[in-house]
Structures are given as structure tokens and as C-alpha cells.
Design a binder for this molecule. Structure first.
Ligand SMILES: Cc1cc2nc3c(=O)[nH]c(=O)nc-3n(C[C@H](O)[C@H](O)[C@H](O)COP(=O)(O)OP(=O)(O)OC[C@H]3O[C@@H](n4cnc5c(N)ncnc54)[C@H](O)[C@@H]3O)c2cc1C
Length: 267
């Protein structure tokens, strides 16, 4: 029996914190409190919009060996909730032959081969036969197609995790900011602007706000926050660029660009 108010306090109600709370509860740890500083579902963190890619194709096996499990967990979430948070689109990784991007495409292939993930290799002719939307001027390309790549509706995923976690007994509180985490012998004090709690363990899932809570606990680095530029392109050929006809793609070169099929919400 815990001597503290909670076994675990999760700080942050984005996709990481909400998934943590849900999976703790699934593993029979229901004595959990999740605290979020803003109204749940706000758009100022990283989990507040509609589309995020999930995929097996990664540049490093640290990620590659996790992806099968990640897909299984996602499927379980759909089953348990009755929600559909995933759209399968297929995914392309493309590089011009001879450019720096071909190394990336090769690495992605190796990571998938290591983990027994099926994929197809396409040259320029086969790529354009399959996806004639690609009008490529260079002589040849090296491309990989992986059919399981898709989109997660991240906002809905977060809400779904939170709702299921609550139904399993997790306590969820928003508009409460955690101001400090104070370790003591036997747990941590969680100091908030709505009072102080104690817990055996704390999971800090505060994304880009990490420095404020973790520096006083010994974090030695400064987090660099970057603004990512998202561009929406309207097409008169809607059907050609919709899910089913046009996959998620990543163009590898000195820089990497990536894009999505058009969905109704991205107009
Ligand atoms: C434009 C963009 C595109 C992306 N594309 C992809 C993609 O295609 N595929 C992919 O896998 N990933 C993608 N990512 C990354 C992914 O979205 C993030 O890794 C993920 O959303 C991080 O979630 P999080 O819960 O860790 O952080 P956040 O969603 O930022 O949540 C942190 C939460 O903590 C709360 N908080 C902070 N401090 C406190 C405090 N002191 N007390 C209480 N609450 C606090 C915040 O209010 C916030 O709600 C993308 C990110 C962006 C921005």
C-alpha cells in the first residue's frame, strides 16, 4: 500500500502523457493522477492538430525495433475504444540516384529488413507507373514503398487515451500547472498552483516545457525549440491526391521534405 497520495503522477496531457496514463491503467496501476496546465485539447503543444505519420521506415534501429509493437498498441486502442484514429495511406521514401539521399533510403531499407518488415523497391519507371502524380526530371530515383505507413489523428488519439484512462480509474485534471517536483525519501512532492500532492513516481511528459521542471532536478542541457513550417496545397485534381491514390511521401536529399495525401480537413 502506497504511503503517498498517488502511485504515479503524470505531468502533461499531450499524446505522451495521455498514452502513459492509459497504459499504466491497463497494467493495473489505477492510482494515477494526470495534470495538464491548459484546457485539455489545446493547440499550443505538439499534439493539438490532426495528422501525424506513423511508419516502419526509420533511419535507426532504435526506432525500427519498436514499430511492430507500436502498430499493435494502436490497433488495440481502436478495438478498445471503437474509435478510428488511424488511416492507412502507404508511404514512399524517394531519393535521386547518386544524391546524398540514397544513403538514407538504403538505411531505411536495412532497418526494415532487420525487423522483417515487407517493402517494395521502385526505380523511376516503376514509381511513375504506380504513382503518375510524380513528375520527376532527374534520370533515376531510388524509392521504397511500405504499405502500412499511415496517419494518426493525434488530437483524437490523445482524447481517446484520456477517456479510456479515466474509465479505468485514472484521475485527470486540466488547467493545473505543476510548478515544481521535489524528491523526498519515499517519493516526490508535486507542487501545483492548486495544491501539493505526493507520489511514488512521476512521469514528466511536458514536451517543450521540460526545462522548467527538469532543470531544478539536474537536467544539464538547454532544450532548443524550433518552429516547423507546414504548407497546405490546394489541388483541382482532388481524387489523384487523396488517400488510396497518393501515399505519404518523404523526399531525401541534403534536406528532407515530406508530405501527405489531401484529406478533407487539410483544405
Ligand atoms: C508540426 C509537427 C509535425 C509533426 N509530425 C510528426 C509526425 O508526422 N510523426 C510523428 O511521429 N511525430 C510528429 N511530430 C511530433 C509529435 O507531434 C510529438 O512528438 C508529440 O505530439 C509530443 O507529444 P507530447 O505529449 O510529448 O508533448 P505535447 O503535446 O507538447 O504535450 C505536453 C503537454 O504538457 C503540458 N505541460 C507543460 N508543462 C506543464 C506543467 N508544468 N504542468 C502541467 N502541464 C504541463 C503542456 O500544456 C502540453 O499539453 C510532429 C510535431 C509537430 C509540431
Amino acid at each position: 500500500m502506497t504511503r503517498n497520495d498517488f502511485q504515479t503522477v503524470v505531468v502533461g496531457g499531450g499524446c505522451t502523457g495521455s498514452a502513459t496514463a492509459y497504459w499504466l491503467a491497463v497494467r493495473d496501476q489505477r492510482d494515477v493522477l494526470l495534470l495538464e496546465q491548459r484546457p485539455m485539447g489545446h493547440a499550443l503543444g505538439s499534439s493539438g492538430d490532426h495528422s501525424r505519420i506513423i511508419r516502419h521506415s526509420y533511419h535507426d534501429n532504435i526506432y525500427g525495433r519498436l514499430t511492430r509493437r507500436m502498430y499493435d498498441m494502436r490497433a488495440r486502442l481502436d478495438r478498445e475504444s471503437g474509435q478510428r484514429v488511424f488511416v492507412r495511406t502507404g508511404g514512399l521514401d524517394i531519393a535521386v540516384e547518386g544524391s546524398s539521399g540514397t544513403d538514407s533510403v538504403e538505411t531505411y531499407r536495412q532497418v526494415m529488413e532487420t525487423n522483417g518488415i515487407p517493402f517494395e523497391k521502385l526505380d523511376k519507371r516503376r514509381l511513375q507507373e504506380r504513382f503518375p502524380q510524380w513528375d520527376i526530371t532527374e534520370d533515376d530515383v531510388r524509392a521504397t514503398y511500405q504499405p502500412d505507413t499511415g496517419l494518426i489523428d493525434i488530437r483524437r488519439t490523445t482524447v481517446t487515451h484520456l477517456t479510456l484512462a479515466e474509465s479505468l480509474g485514472v484521475t485527470v485534471r486540466d488547467t493545473i500547472t505543476v510548478r515544481a517536483l521535489e524528491p523526498f525519501d519515499g517519493g516526490l512532492r508535486i507542487v501545483t498552483d492548486g495544491g501539493t500532492h505526493t507520489a511514488d513516481k512521476v512521469v514528466v511528459a511536458v514536451g517543450s516545457w521540460a526545462d522548467q521542471l527538469l532543470k531544478p532536478l539536474g537536467q544539464t542541457w538547454d532544450t532548443t525549440i524550433t518552429e516547423e513550417q507546414v504548407v497546405y496545397v490546394r489541388t483541382p485534381r482532388l481524387k489523384d491526391f487523396s488517400v488510396g491514390a497518393f501515399p505519404i511521401w518523404a523526399w531525401h536529399g541534403d534536406d528532407i521534405f515530406y508530405g501527405f495525401p489531401t484529406t478533407a480537413r487539410s483544405r
